[in-house]
Ligand binder design. Sequence first.
Ligand code: G3P
Length: 226
Amino acid sequence: MLYLIDTADLDAIKKCSEYFPVSGVTTNPTIISREKTDFRTLLYSIREIIGDDKMLHVQATATEADDIVREAEMVKNVVRGNFYIKIPITREGLRAASICKDKGIGVTMTAIFTQQQALIAAKAGADFVAPYINRLDNIVSDGVRVVEEISDIFKNYDIKTKILAASFKTVEQVHKVSMSGAHAITINPDLFDMLIYHPLTYYAIDDFSKDWESVYGDSRVSDLLK
Ligand code: G3P
């Protein structure tokens, strides 16, 4: 499973990609607008931090198919490298997705809340579908179940489209989605830290240190092997 960072905060992207095994960055208009900065420069900077090989998903804001395609081409020209245009699932979005694919532009169909939205997006040629887990859970639906069923449908029909699950708030959601057939998840930087936190890990590290120091004092492994 691939982990992506769901932010446009440059410091957070830098820190997160330095410490965690991330495969790219996802953004949406809300995430971009939080940075209150020049859009083009922000995109350049994200690409500079993550390099050309990692995925960068950027969302179109247009609503008509031809305009979405034009935005996709423009964003692709700016960010280059491993790029996917995010398009919300609408009739116009579906048409735009097919055209983008014909033009060789990667497509992530986003704002997915149902299994049929995902299947139709896949049939339109989307490389990724992005179901929104927490927003489903918030309306007393079941984000994990939706991902499981999308995964089953894709397997049934040998569909190659990948599931890039988005909108997470808890470690439990990430854990369950990682067992549900999703290929990738995108999460905010804070959630990366929560994924690896466990108090028993720190107890264990403390015990290791105490035992080591009882024999070797302040000397480290590197001191003793000089
Ligand atoms: O990028 C889409 C998704 O991650 C949105 O998440 O937290 O706004 O529901 P959220």
